[in-house]
Design a protein around this ligand. Structure first.
Ligand code: NAD
Length: 457
């Protein structure tokens, strides 16, 4: 008998151990895949209306458990209670939205000679979902809901640091009547459980959200079995502010577009680009906005930013702000236990400074000036990433030109929203492959089968 691999789950705001979770090894992963494979044969045959009903019951169970799920996320990930409630509500909404899909999984009838040609959207099989620690609930839900709706069975591997809400979602699914083996949550290490999703021939699709480095390895591994992958990876998104914009609003909202979730957001607008003629005024307006971000106890309803996820991550974030760095504005953070880091604005920065080029994934933002529209696009696109971004201007033509010009998958004009469950989400360039959410997400969890039926005598 090998010793169980026990993992201590820590509250990042207090550094206290909340609980211990047993991590699965290779043998447990293979057993989970076998259960998912067996469950696939029955789940795919559940009548569409019944599959829809079960998903609606699952959404209702999540809804009834929202406060509990939110409290788990506050304790496990240090998310503010306001954010955690939104995330639990988002998981419910996504499951409810895709509960409508089983009854609308249409194929096509294509005109051909000598018969009838029809297509079917067939499920793929067992789907392995690998989730990062920054948004444990929504990211799990975005994959599992459309995958289940399309008739696949799912195994979710949460991040080592944040397994608790995913485990709870699996309990709620069972309680709602979703059969055993259809949705499993398997806490485990990336190179063990995650890697087994890549190599196991019965896992027929992998959804990976995480760093670009690991995502590339997952994609390369999947190539060996021609296994489809959806990748949601890193970002270094630009918040482009033109001089004609509502500068007060742009400056008031900019901190929240990067410091939300303590900057641990793949869509964080971590490069603020400001038209040179408005640069000084913008920085002056940004200062009180940054000082106004309430950093502290995530259980307090007024708190706007909590701690970073771990001591190791805080050390990594700090490395982007070495002694002597050009800190233009610095907010506050609590002393004492917890992995705190204050909101930090770096300006001026060189375009080759690693704080300007690399994803920091913490509450550090860089501000640089640009000359004109062309210069703004050149700077915004000078990155291998392409996930999200914002454009602030009152000129509609410019808003559309720049939206078309920025190489990123999710843009917002005069706002900072990236994610709605009804609209597609995903990255350009090395920020990802494929799209989640929105009306077309089922495409990523089905394969088209074409059947020709002869009508010849
Ligand atoms: P990570 O790549 O270290 O880990 C992500 C997941 O992959 C974890 O569950 C981890 O256990 C697993 N993993 C690690 N090694 C593996 C391997 N060899 N094989 C299979 N799985 C493995 O990323 P992280 O630090 O947890 O998350 C932060 C990153 O995620 C950031 O780069 C961020 O931008 C990105 N992210 C992207 C999106 C998006 O939608 N584009 C959303 C959230 C986070």
């Amino acid at each position: 008998m090998t010793e169980p691999d026990l993992y201590e789950v820590v509250n990042p705001a207090t550094e206290e151990v909340i609980t211990t979770v047993e991590l699965a090894g290779a043998a447990e992963t293979d057993a989970a895949v076998a259960r998912a494979r067996a469950a696939f044969d029955t789940w795919r045959r559940v009548a569409p209306a019944d599959r829809a009903r079960l998903l609606r019951a699952f959404a209702a169970a999540v809804d009834a458990d929202r406060e509990h799920l939110a409290a788990l996320e506050v304790a496990n990930a240090g998310h503010t209670i306001g954010n955690a409630r939104w995330e639990a509500g988002n998981a419910r909404d996504v499951i409810e939205y895709y509960a409508a899909a089983p009854e609308r999984l249409f194929g096509r009838q294509i005109p051909v000679a000598g018969g009838i040609d029809v297509t079917f959207q067939e499920p793929i099989g067992v789907v392995g979902v690998i989730v990062p620690w920054n948004f444990p609930m929504p990211i799990a839900a975005w994959a599992l809901a459309p995958a289940l709706a399309a008739g696949n069975t799912v195994i979710v591997k949460p991040a080592e640091l944040t397994p608790l809400t995913a485990l709870r979602l699996a309990e709620l699914a069972l309680r709602a009547g979703i059969p055993e083996g259809v949705l499993q949550v398997l806490p485990g290490r990336g190179p063990v459980v995650g890697q087994r999703f890549v190599t196991h021939p019965d896992v027929r699709k992998v959804v990976f959200t995480g760093s670009t480095r690991v995502g590339k390895a997952v994609m390369a591994g999947c190539a060996d079995q021609v296994k489809p992958v959806t990748l949601e990876l890193g970002g270094k998104s630009a918040n482009i502010v033109f001089a004609d914009a509502d500068l007060a609003k742009a400056a008031a909202t900019a901190p929240y577009a990067v410091f939300d979730n303590a900057g641990q957001d793949c869509c964080a607008r971590s490069r603020i680009l400001v038209e040179a003629s408005a640069y000084e005024e913008f920085l002056a307006l940004l200062e009180p906005a940054v000082h106004g971000v309430r950093v502290g106890d995530p259980t307090d309803e007024k708190t706007e930013m909590g701690p970073l996820i771990s001591a190791a991550h805080r050390a990594r974030v700090s490395s982007y702000v070495p002694d002597g760095a050009a800190v233009a504005i610095r907010g506050s953070a609590p002393d004492g236990p917890g992995f705190w880091y204050p909101p930090t604005v770096l300006a001026p920065v060189r375009h080759d400074d690693r704080a300007f080029t690399e994803e920091i994934f913490g509450p550090v933002v860089t501000v640089v000036p640009f000359r004109d529209e062309e210069d703004a696009l050149r700077i915004a696109n000078a990155t291998e990433y392409g996930l999200s971004g914002s454009i602030w201007t009152r000129d509609l033509g410019r808003a559309l030109r720049v939206s078309r010009g920025v190489e990123a998958g999710n843009l917002s004009v005069n706002s900072h929203s990236s994610v709605r469950y009804t609209t597609p989400f995903g990255g350009f360039k090395q920020s990802g492959l494929g799209r989640e959410l929105g009306p077309d997400a089922l495409d990523a969890f089905t394969q088209t089968k074409n059947v020709f039926i002869s009508t010849e005598e």
